[in-house]
Unconditional design. Structure first.
Length: 274
């Protein structure tokens, strides 16, 4: 797909593949030993990392979009964005080919931060296991998320792209969250009730939900709403009765929706995300 028409997902090598052993060598022995190890093992594919099922799901969506719209260039374009040295690229390419991933564009920055390249690649979402780089991307106005390796293997769909969005400070700005921190929950509830019909300002991932919504509508227009391989979720600590309406009305004012909305009223989000 042409970059200007695609939804570009930039993913770091340590999010896509498991590289804990290699990272340990880098931390303990330095860059030269790290590069030598990678060269010595370049014919051994990396094991799949935390972002691997997400990338497979992106490619599954692309396959269905190509079947429905053979001439369309509105697809996901996956870019490997890494501060690895170019010589490590052979092992990364071998690993990508081993798993039949369609990743044609690489950015290998040789130890420098890749954040400054995200805008040039028209990045819609940046995924990394490095929280510092994710913060840097968000400061540059790029939607970004930190990928965590689960403590145990979880079954994750590689055929349906499931994306859960938090509300405040993610889809929406953190204005309401700041009221909770400064004045407590009671003042927050009063504020949300008084401003129920005033849309919240947008947060860092609003644009990505918008991009997903455009692709979903391509399936809906073919009568495939229930079979759509993209499913979105709003998962928020807000309670439905006291502060949920403003969240939903904000999405409506943007012309956006999520397939499911889960209002947890402060309960933990982890069990639902499993």
């Amino acid at each position: 797909p042409k970059p200007e028409n695609a939804i570009t997902i930039a993913v770091s090598s340590r999010a896509l593949f498991r590289m804990e052993e290699e990272q340990k060598i880098y931390n303990e022995q330095g860059v030269e030993a790290y590069v030598k190890y990678q060269l010595d093992h370049e014919n051994e594919p990396f094991l799949p990392g935390a972002a691997f099922p997400f990338v497979k799901a992106l490619e599954a969506v692309n396959t269905q979009l190509r079947e429905l719209y053979p001439d369309s260039e509105e697809l996901f374009d996956i870019v490997l964005m890494t501060n690895n040295h170019a010589q490590v690229g052979v092992r990364l390419i071998n690993s990508i080919n081993h798993y039949d991933l369609f990743i044609e564009r690489f950015c290998m920055t040789g130890g420098n931060s890749p954040i400054c390249y995200l805008k040039a690649y028209h990045t819609n979402l940046y995924l990394s296991s490095d929280a510092e780089k994710v913060s840097g991307a968000i400061e540059e106005g790029i939607a970004a998320a930190t990928i965590f390796s689960p403590s145990k293997d979880l079954e994750v769909s590689e055929n349906q792209l499931r994306v859960a969005f938090d509300g405040d400070a993610v889809l929406f700005s953190d204005e309401s969250e700041q009221i909770v921190k400064a004045h407590g929950l009671d003042m927050f509830f009063e504020h949300e009730k008084a401003h129920e019909n005033k849309p919240l300002a947008q947060g860092p991932l609003k644009g990505f939900l918008e991009a997903l919504g455009k692709l979903q509508k391509k399936f809906y227009s073919k009568g495939l709403r229930m079979e759509c391989p993209i499913r979105t979720y709003l998962v928020t600590a807000r309670s439905a009765a006291s502060s949920g309406a403003r969240a939903l009305k904000t999405l409506r004012s943007w012309g956006l929706e999520t397939d499911e909305a889960l209002f947890l009223a402060g309960a933990p989000k982890g069990p639902l995300l499993k």
